[in-house]
Structures are given as structure tokens and as C-alpha cells.
Design a protein around this ligand. Structure first.
Ligand code: HEC
Length: 213
């Protein structure tokens, strides 16, 4: 008997079933997920998620261009995974679900965790103190975290000669990281946007019903 037809049929079915299971079914399940109204920890009612705007949206481009994703994920794993390790590490209060990412293109889930997950990093470093910390950390990771493996992103900053008053946004660098007297280190627009992006990164702002099962 000629087995060619059986073989071709087998190959077609194998590919078709994996396409149905891995592409088509998730597409149908997730395609229509919409923003939802919810209450933040501070008691504010808002639609969640919302698309990023302005400086924060530009900061996301800087994040992509500098390969932050090669070391940082942005996904909180389920409470049932690894004994809720992500939540115990204080990376989030609930797992992330598809609704968290509906406005993100591309989605920056990441697979490597050489550094901590950043899905909710704004919760850890919030406010202006947080912004200053992030600038110092991007410029000189080992000044803020001795022994850090994170590379320095000093090229996102500019060294300038101080003429008159020092700039208000000059970095307060110490020791070996400080520039020579008469000079200051200031953030470029890219560095400012990147820190703005980090300071709004909060995928856990609203408790979503589907993330509580
Ligand atoms: C080679 C790997 C690597 C790359 C690339 C990298 N990081 Fe990191 N990052 C780390 C490590 C390791 C830590 C933990 C130690 C520390 O805080 O410096 C860290 C820590 C951080 C923290 C502090 C997180 C917390 O919870 O305290 C932030 C914020 C951060 N990185 C942002 C960035 C941004 C933004 C970029 C891209 C411009 C980036 N990182 C690129 C490895 C990396």
C-alpha cells in the first residue's frame, strides 16, 4: 500500500493541531480582553491598564534599545508556582495576567532574571527619592549596590563643566564615581525618560479578578 497519503495526512494533522492549540486557541481566548475599572491601593478608581504616554512611552523605547530585558523580566509568576517565590521576594502582590499587557507591543516579559523582576519596580522605588536612586544606580550600579553585576549605563549621562550654579538634576556621585572638581554629570533626555518609565512600572496597581483564582 502506498503510505504517502497517510504520511502527508499525519504531518498535516501534527502541524494543524499544534497551530490550533498554541496559536489559534490562545488568540481566541485573549484577543478580546478589555481594560477594567478598579480601585488602586490608595483608593483611586481608574481604568486599568492604560497606554503609556509621553516621556514614559519614550522611556520604554530606551529600555528596549539598551537591552534591559536581557537581564530583567516583567512577569510575576502564580502563587502556585515555586511556592509563590515571586510574591515572597516582594516583586508583586499578585501574578500578572494577559490583561496587564494589552497595550504593550512588543510585550517585555523577558526570560532571564540576572537582575530582579521589574514588573512592579515603581512600587519599590517610588517618588523623587526613587528617581534620584535610579539615576545613580544606572550611572554607577556598584555605588548603590556593592558587587552588582549590572553594567553601567554612564553613556546615557553627560559630563559638563559647571558654569555658574550647578544644575539641579546633577547626580550626587561620591568617591571614585564623582567627576573631577568643576564638572558635573547630568542625565540626557534618554536617561530621564528611562527613569520616568521605571517610575510608572506597576503592573499590580489594580487587583484583577482573574489573577485571584
Ligand atoms: C547584565 C545584566 C543586567 C542588565 C543588562 C541590566 N541590569 Fe538592571 N540589574 C541587574 C542586576 C544583577 C541587578 C541587582 C543588583 C543591583 O541592584 O544592581 C539589577 C538591578 C536593577 C534595578 C533595581 C531593582 C530592584 O528591585 O532593586 C533596576 C531598577 C534595574 N536593574 C534597571 C535596569 C535597567 C533600566 C536596565 C537597562 C538600561 C538594566 N537594569 C540592565 C542586572 C542587569
Amino acid at each position: 500500500m502506498d503510505r504517502t497519503v497517510t504520511l502527508l495526512l499525519g504531518i498535516t494533522l501534527t502541524f494543524a493541531s499544534s497551530w490550533l492549540g498554541l496559536v489559534f486557541a490562545p488568540y481566541v481566548q485573549m484577543n478580546n480582553v478589555q481594560p477594567i475599572k478598579g480601585t488602586t491601593d490608595d483608593g483611586v478608581e481608574e481604568m486599568y491598564p492604560r497606554p503609556l504616554e509621553g516621556e514614559a512611552a519614550y522611556g520604554r523605547e530606551v529600555y528596549i534599545a539598551n537591552g534591559c530585558m536581557y537581564c530583567h523580566s516583567q512577569q510575576i509568576r502564580s502563587e502556585h508556582f515555586g511556592n509563590g517565590a515571586d510574591i515572597k521576594r516582594n516583586w508583586g502582590v499578585r501574578r500578572t495576567v494577559q490583561r496587564d499587557y494589552i497595550y504593550e507591543k512588543p510585550i517585555l516579559l523577558g526570560t532571564m532574571r540576572t537582575g530582579p523582576d521589574l514588573a512592579n519596580v515603581a512600587r519599590r522605588w517610588s517618588g523623587q527619592g526613587g528617581k534620584d536612586w535610579n539615576h545613580l544606580h544606572l550611572y554607577a550600579p556598584r555605588m548603590m549596590m556593592p558587587g552588582s553585576l549590572m553594567p553601567s549605563f554612564a553613556f546615557l549621562y553627560e559630563k559638563r563643566r559647571i558654569t555658574g550654579e550647578p544644575s539641579a538634576d546633577a547626580l550626587k556621585l561620591q568617591g571614585e564615581w564623582a567627576p573631577e572638581p568643576g564638572y558635573e554629570i547630568v542625565p540626557t533626555p534618554q536617561a530621564k525618560a528611562l527613569v520616568e518609565y521605571l517610575s510608572v512600572l506597576d503592573h499590580n496597581r489594580i487587583m484583577l479578578p482573574e489573577a485571584q483564582e
